[in-house]
Design a protein around this ligand. Structure first.
Ligand code: PLP
Length: 360
């Protein structure tokens, strides 16, 4: 069976070495030394002032929305994982959907501008597949209207855009460390910010609102990461270069073997050092996509429809029209891509895909 992704596991003894330390100290969670060690590594890796390891990416997004004080309307993208939209709804904000740019799959700044009302308090944009949102245009819009700009940078680990880590743009960003992501802590997420005021709020909000054992700043939630999560991150971290180069090799192979097939392979945007986190392809029609998906499934190969359906159509939001997203979403498919994926497996996937498209 070949899934769209497969978790990277470091050698077991490298993980158990961290576990031995946890057993020695008896410190299992609550801001332990491994969490601090991983946060230190990630702060310099991303080049931001503050990072916070959080129990998962979705809770991290919810904390970011709270810390930024978003309420009323928040302009967001219909083309993302459902957690982007559901986090807003969960926090009592109204998701207002702007449309996406068909070249990058990310929010179209002109469409964002058109959706601003007096009720708008923020923008929540996703760097889809690790492709950069229009960071300069969105910053200009946010700054000129006094809106907070939050990025769902779940896919952006290891992406560098115009000389700085993609996850360092915006007022605050979230990177997901779920087991299926490029870098992971089993479950986990990271909040990144250069703003001291947001950092302070995040620090107490992820810890029940504590300001000392018997003193509370404000309402909080339990967003802490455990030592076991941090241990996994520390054990995976030394393999990053290898993970990235294996992903690049398989991506390059897909591009070569799919050349001439009647589908669009999005090109890597200029100025981006890419992480090869996903290999998306865009079919001309949904019927083509379904044909290919069925053919691959017959061989127990499971690509995923990232992202479908377009989130402006889920049943708990006010329906708003986003023609570009609604056109791309039914036609976008992510092919299997992970460090262990073999060259022969990519060749097989491409052969099945070409045959399904009637192109041997
Ligand atoms: C994975 C993902 C999330 C959720 O992160 P978790 O760590 O799984 O909670 C949110 N947004 C996007 C775009 C994702 O891909």
């Amino acid at each position: 069976m070949i899934n769209v992704t497969k978790s990277f596991l470091p050698p077991l003894d490298e993980y158990t070495r961290y576990l031995e330390g946890i057993w020695d100290r008896g410190h299992l969670t609550n801001h332990g030394p491994l969490v601090f060690e991983l946060e230190d590594k990630l702060r310099s890796f991303f080049g931001v002032k503050h990072v916070f390891l959080i129990t998962n990416g979705t809770v991290a997004l919810q904390i970011a929305i709270r810390a930024a004080g978003l309420k009323g309307e928040v302009i967001t993208t219909p083309f993302s994982y459902v957690a982007t939209t559901s986090s807003l709804a969960w926090e009592g904000c109204k998701p207002v959907f702007a449309d996406i740019d068909e070249a990058t799959f990310c929010l179209d700044p002109d469409s964002v501008k058109n959706k601003i009302t007096p009720e708008t308090t923020g923008i929540l944009a996703t760097h889809v597949y690790g492709f950069p949102s229009a960071v300069e245009a969105l910053k200009e819009i946010a700054d000129s209207r006094n809106l907070t700009l939050i990025y769902d940078a779940a896919h952006a680990f290891g992406c560098t855009y115009k000389g700085q880590s993609l996850a360092s743009y915006g007022d605050v960003s979230m990177v997901s460390f779920h087991a299926t992501k490029l870098f992971h802590t089993i479950e986990g997420g990271l909040l990144l910010t250069n703003r001291d005021d947001l950092a302070h709020k995040i620090s107490y909000m992820r810890n029940f609102g504590h300001n000392g054992p018997e003193d509370f700043f404000d309402a909080g939630i339990n967003g802490k990461a455990s030592e076991f999560q941090a241990a996994m991150g520390l054990a995976v971290f030394p393999y990053l270069d290898r993970i990235l180069s294996l992903r690049k090799a398989r991506s390059d192979q897909y591009r070569t073997e799919l050349a001439g097939v009647d589908l669009l392979i999005p090109s890597i945007p200029a100025g981006l050092e890419f992480n090869y986190g996903y290999f998306p392809v865009l079919f001309r029609t949904e019927a083509d996509l379904l044909k290919v998906k069925t053919a691959l499934n017959a061989y127990q190969i499971y690509p995923r429809r990232y992202f479908y359906p377009s989130l402006n159509t889920v049943n708990y939001v006010e329906r708003q029209s986003c023609p570009v997203s609604e056109s791309l979403s039914p036609r976008a498919l992510c092919l299997p891509l992970y460090p262990d994926l073999k060259e022969t497996e990519v060749t097989m996937i491409c052969r099945i895909l070409r045959e399904a498209m009637g192109r041997p």
